[in-house]
Ligand binder design. Structure first.
Ligand code: AMP
Ligand code: GLY
Length: 422
């Protein structure tokens, strides 16, 4: 089978890595890819958000399955365009991708499906938003409705802070059009888990869970990032909790989307808060998490490719996926200055030595080759240093041993990935 993976980050490197191991694979291409992906797939310089360009590439290379990594191409209709061209595509169509693209749509679906989530109000004018905040009191959460590059959420400790967020998002246009509608909701307390389910429009199969580390600094301090590291499985998310989330969140939401004529096919990423009243949905994403995907792929024992294919063919009912019982971890190495102004162009060496550490696996994210062929930083999150181990402690030791072999003075990482479980 000829497969095209769309994207060029650490998540896509992990997907390529897993797909490359499939006996069903005859050719793997990636667009745009990155230098790490280029070691296992042919990379083509087509942007992930260039829907027409990707479809043209898939046609000219006679691709039999397109696997879309990031959300942006999905919200732009890449799955719809592939369907029109008769090319199977793993990932939801535009209408179902709205689950991530619009927070108010997510709330509407979750409520219609009876899935547990924070109580909320939806506002299109600042005065009513402020009145709601004053009536509810703090802590309270203010969210820009549309996609805001992961920055559209303010967890406000005080009423003043929440009102300030309304001013910035609605009146000062901080996130552009994404902030013209706000979702304001109850603040949930508990441990946060990323849970993934593979969906074929009707049926869902659990893909496992991971815990991300969103803050840039040790001890969960400093600004939010795309994710500084992840591990799997998170011990707080037990088998009974997973079954409960499948029953109360995933299955009813799939049924609700199908009922509306917009069935969801792809991977449903449930951001969950494990509250004292049980697991509640914070949000849905319509793709794998990054770096959660890297941690999950390190533990996957089944062939990923038939599972992705079964999702596109509506054949996931009773599909069996197997996972290593052991643990995995991914430590993200970011460029100095991340998340505000990451410094580009600094040289990275030592990856061969790092990959020699038993159990270690390096995933590239924001890397590039310079004119002399040297590996350099070319983004915020640059590398994912992954490892597996019989226990999380072992995996963590291996990952940090590999990190120590990476010679990159222009980069940094958190030193405490996995701390909640250890
Ligand atoms: P998001 O951009 O939707 O992933 O939200 C960013 C982060 O805000 C989440 O990972 C949570 O840590 C936090 N968050 C979002 N909604 C809530 C909520 N209702 N209560 C508490 N924290 C929240
Ligand atoms: N790591 C969180 C995300 O991918 O959204």
């Amino acid at each position: 089978m000829k497969v095209l993976v769309v994207g060029g980050g650490g998540r896509e490197h992990a997907l390529c890595w897993a797909i490359a191991a499939s006996p069903l694979l005859t050719r793997l291409i990636c667009a745009p890819g990155n230098p790490g992906i280029a070691e296992i797939a042919e990379c083509f310089p087509v942007g992930a958000e260039d829907v027409a360009g990707i479809v043209a590439l898939a046609k000219s290379e006679a691709i039999e399955l397109v696997v879309v990594g990031p959300e942006a191409p999905l919200t732009l209709g890449m799955a719809d365009a592939c369907a029109e061209a008769g090319i199977p595509c793993f990932g939801p169509r535009k209408a179902a991708a709205l689950l991530e693209g619009s927070k108010s749509f997510f709330k509407e679906i979750a409520n219609a499906a009876g899935a547990p989530t924070a109580a909320h109000g939806r506002f299109t004018d600042a005065a009513s938003a402020r009145a709601y905040i004053r009536a509810q009191g703090a802590p309270i959460v203010v969210k820009a409705d549309g996609l805001a590059a992961g920055k559209g959420v303010v967890v406000a400790a005080t009423v003043e802070e929440a009102e300030q967020a309304v001013t910035e998002m609605m009146e000062e246009g901080l996130h552009g059009a994404a902030g013209s509608t706000l979702v304001i909701e109850e603040c949930l307390l508990g441990e946060e888990i990323s849970f993934f389910a593979l969906c074929d429009g009707q049926h869902a199969v659990p893909l496992g869970a991971a815990q991300d580390h969103k803050r840039v600094g040790d001890g969960d301090t400093g600004p939010n990032t795309g994710g500084m590291g992840a591990y799997s499985p998170p011990p707080a998310f037990t088998e009974p909790l997973q079954a409960e989330v499948m029953r109360t969140c995933i299955t009813p939401v799939l049924a609700e989307l199908a009922r509306r004529g917009t069935p969801f096919q792809g991977v449903l990423f449930a951001g969950l808060m494990l509250t004292a009243d049980g697991p509640k949905l914070l949000e849905f994403n319509v793709r794998f998490g990054d770096p959660e995907c890297q941690a999950l792929m390190l533990r996957l024992r089944s062939d990923l490719l038939p599972a992705l294919l079964a999702a596109t063919q509506g054949e996931l009912k009773d599909f069996d996926l197997r996972w290593e019982k052991s643990a995995s971890i991914v430590v993200v190495m970011a460029a100095e200055g991340y998340p505000t102004t990451p410094r580009r162009g600094t040289e990275i060496r030592g990856l061969e030595a790092a990959a020699q550490v038993p159990g270690a696996q390096i995933f590239h994210a924001g890397t590039a080759r310079d004119q002399e062929g040297r590996l350099v930083a070319n983004g915020g999150r640059v590398l994912g240093v992954g490892a597996t181990g019989a226990t999380l402690a072992e995996a963590r030791e291996a990952a940090y041993a590999a990190v120590a072999k990476v010679e990159w003075p222009g980069g940094f990482c958190r030193g405490d990935i996995g701390w909640r479980a250890l």
